[in-house]
Design a protein around this ligand. Structure first.
Ligand code: GLV
Ligand code: GLV
Length: 325
């Protein structure tokens, strides 16, 4: 019997090919996410859904899936899916951990270096003809070498960022729910409280999932505790940072700069004041965007989906309680 699979956007062919063997595929061809009514209609007779982080898979969508067995998210983060509703209905949810770790860590580091050394400002400076001569005080930034990196979250991606930081001679602090012995032993990282992370880090890089606990974790009171002239990097989820408070901290000079690959909402409204600041470096949520990694994500999302349809345990099952039942 062939299954029905709905894919909410064009993804690399390497993934689609794997699903084609066992399922009839329908793909949403739009650039923007499918509207809710389309999703509700398409999910009705779908056995599997391959979704993106921009698709809000709430309880209404999940309930509408009369024969839905699996939601395969083309992302490591899954805050776009109501996991509780899926679990209650016995629908498996899968994600794509591991394959995007190094690629995302590279981008976090790229943002860190761009902020510290004011690369985007420098580029504009040259292009707009303002470069007159070598100047002792021109575009002075901050050293990465010898400074302290604070990791908010030290899972896979945080650990990969720590490895890069060690190569740059940084001291590493981390705030995490559990101890990460690997980065302590190999990189000399130190587990600290959230307050100490804020108070002692020159750079803070966020590598936490978005949950009720982490939403607006970086708010006014957090920015007040941060070191004067420190730099914030976010490649995780926009809503972990309260943007209005970040703007105030940047404007007041409390923070020297911020590098953001994620915002809340995405894309930002055109009147978002962060877009006007020279000391903010922005990217449109491209943490995992290398050719190789996006291809591997497609294969992984497809393998998860196919395994679930075939009645096997998918390699990257999020709601593992389902198999413990
Ligand atoms: C991207 O943000 C992801 O969660 O994979
Ligand atoms: C996500 O992949 C993480 O563990 O950082």
């Amino acid at each position: 019997m062939k299954f029905n699979v709905y894919i909410t956007r064009k993804i690399p062919d390497e993934g689609v090919k794997l699903i084609k063997d066992i399922a009839e595929i329908r793909v949403w061809e739009g650039q923007l996410p499918p509207p809710k009514d389309v999703l509700l209609k398409e999910i009705k007779d779908a056995d599997g859904l391959l979704a993106l982080l921009t698709d809000k898979i709430d309880s209404e969508v999940i309930e509408a899936g009369e024969r839905l067995k699996v939601i395969s998210n083309y992302a490591v983060g899954y805050d776009n899916i109501d996991i509780g509703a899926a679990t209650q209905k016995g629908v498996m949810v899968t994600n794509t951990p591991g394959v995007l770790t190094e690629t995302t860590a590279d981008l976090a580091f790229a943002l860190m270096m761009a902020c510290a050394r004011r690369i985007v400002e420098a580029d504009k400076f040259v292009r707009t003809g303002r470069w007159k001569t070598w100047e002792p005080m021109l575009l002075l930034g901050r050293d990465i070498y010898g400074s302290t990196l604070g990791l908010a979250g030290a899972g896979r991606i945080g650990t990969a960022v720590a490895r890069r930081a060690a190569g740059f001679g940084m001291k590493i602090l981390y705030y995490n729910q559990s101890r990460n012995e690997k980065i302590e032993k190999e990189l000399g990282a130190e587990l600290v409280s959230f307050d100490r992370l804020l108070e002692q880090s020159d750079f803070i890089s966020i590598h936490l999932p978005l949950t009720h606990e982490t939403k607006h974790l970086f708010n006014k009171s957090a920015f007040e505790k941060m070191k004067h002239g420190s730099i914030l990097i976010n490649t995780a989820r926009g809503a972990i940072v309260e943007e209005s408070a970040l703007y105030e901290a940047l404007k007041a000079g409390k923070l020297a700069a911020a590098g953001l690959d994620v915002m809340d909402p995405e894309p930002p409204f055109t009147d978002n004041p962060l877009l006007k600041l020279d000391n903010v470096v922005l990217a449109p949520h491209i943490g995992s965007a290398s050719i190789a990694t996006r291809t591997r994500m497609a294969v992984m999302a497809a393998e998860n989906l196919v395994a679930a349809l075939k009645g096997k345990i998918p390699p990257n099952l999020v709601n593992r309680v389902l198999i413990d039942r």
